[in-house]
Each structure stands twice: as C-alpha cells, then as structure tokens.
Design a binder for this molecule. Sequence first.
Ligand code: NAI
Length: 284
Amino acid sequence: MTSIERVGVVGGGLMGSGIAEVNARAGKDVIVVESSPAAVEAARQRLESSLKRAESRGKIESADAVLAQVRVVDDLTALADRDIVIEAIVEDEQAKTDLFRRLDEIVTSPDAILASNTSSIPIMKLAVATKRPTHVLGVHFFNPVPVLKLVELVPSLMTDEATTERARAFVQDDLGKTAIDCQDRAGFVVNALLIPFILSAIRMFESGFASAEDIDHGLVLGAAHPQGPLALADLIGLDTVKAVAESLYEEFKEPLYAAPPLLARMVEAGLLGRKTGRGFYTYG
Ligand code: NAI
C-alpha cells in the first residue's frame, strides 16, 4: 500500500482548516485551496491562530514549523500531484459535484483518493461525477478536528476495498484518529443517532415538559453525558442541526428526524446558539 504524503484540502473554513492542521501536525505536505484571495487570508489566519493556541498549551513545539508544511492558495490546479484530496467546502450538492468533476480532471495520479468531508450528501453522487468512482469515499471528521478522535469512513457501492483500506491506514496510522465504517446513508452513524436525540430534547422543551437547564442536567448527571443535548445543539449551531435533520428526514421519511417548529423559528430568528450569542442559552 503506497503511503499518503501529499495532501490537498479544498475549503479552509471551520473543518478544512482543522483537517489541514492535523495533516500538517502529522508531517504531511499540505495544500489548502480556498475560493478567493480574501478567503485564502481568512483560512491562513484560522490555521495560524489554532496552531499558536496549540503551541501556547504545549501541544506542539513550534507553530511556525507546522505552518511551513501548509500552502494556502486559490488555484485548484495546485492539487495536480496530490495523493489524496479532502473536500470540505459548503454543504451544497451542486457545488460539491462540480468540484469533484474538476478534481477528476486536475489530479493526475490514478491511485489518488478523492475524499469528501460531507455530513449528509450521498458519496455516490460525488463518485459518479468523476471517472474514478472506485477512488472516491467519505472521510468524515468531527469538530473540532484537532481534538475529536473519530473519523467515519464511508465507501459508496462503487468504492474499491483498496481505497478504503488506504484511507483507513492514513487516518489511523498517520493522523492518529480512530476510524469506524459506515454505509453511504444520510447521517452515517453518529449524526443518525445524535440528531434525533437532540430533536427529542427540543420537543421536550418545546412542550413545556421540562426546562432547558433541567433537561441538560438530567443527561449530564443521570447519564454521564459530557454536556446536555440543548447545550450541545447550541455548540453545533441550530442552523446546522436543522440542516442535518432535514437531510435525514429527506432520506428516511421518519418523523423522528423531522425538525420541530421551535427549531425552525429559532433559526429564522437568527438564534443559532453560541456563534450568534443566543440559542437555548445566552452567551456572554
Ligand atoms: P465553512 O463554511 O466553515 O467552510 C467552508 C469553506 O469552503 C469556506 O471557507 C468557503 O470559502 C470555502 N469554499 C466554498 N466553496 C469553495 C470552492 N468551490 N472552492 C474552495 N473553497 C470553497 O463550513 P464547514 O463547517 O467547515 O463545513 C465544511 C464541510 O464539512 C461541509 O460539507 C459540512 O457538512 C462538513 N462538516 C461540518 C461539520 C461541522 O461541525 N461544521 C462537521 C463535519 C463535517
């Protein structure tokens, strides 16, 4: 199995910059592609401030040394020589299929893996946009990427086993993550279980059954969860919770995945949780 040394990341937002960081910290040669010069600058700053934080906490010796492993550019053709490209752009099916079509033309090695960090778009839709569906799979990281150990590996019906095994060796042996295998179904394992749980907590709160604080205390103190479901929803972002719920509902048509009205109203109001300062709780 040939090793993966040259890594491309498309999209340097919340997830892409985290994915770039863990790869650079693992000694990989990393190129991040963003969509404009301003976005290149924002991605570089995101990466730099996260690495400086890691340095000040003693997690890495030198932020500058890790940064030297990463180039951030706005030109997709820079990815021609990559062993793997991990796509982490906006969760938009058309944007992602267009990108996979272009990556298929640009990335030259026939062994190269084209991976997506999508949370909800079927991998098959991305695979069939390329002429190499055997080398396309989902590699789904968790936020914050430098902290959370899990990666869901999501082969489509067309992915060959060698590609999956090469991706597994890369995320486990090189990046130090733990991989679990999932079918190409909306939500994979974690979100398919977590989102209905959060939606149930929202319904419970919405019906007046219990307060947000009591629901969260119940799960923290009674089930040893690190945080309650409503605090977790605020952390993920209520717009993201709603979007993932909608894709699960679209796929399975099960009421347990249907977003409750309160969630829709809060999103319409811009009460998105921590990132806007208010969700189920208010943040300083
Ligand atoms: P984000 O909005 O923070 O970042 C997306 C980035 O992609 C932006 O910086 C944008 O400028 C860039 N971009 C958009 N179109 C592009 C293009 N054509 N070429 C290059 N760059 C482009 O989004 P986030 O949260 O990082 O999500 C990215 C992906 O990761 C989505 O597919 C999402 O579903 C998935 N994901 C998100 C998680 C989360 O907790 N936010 C967790 C796991 C997966």
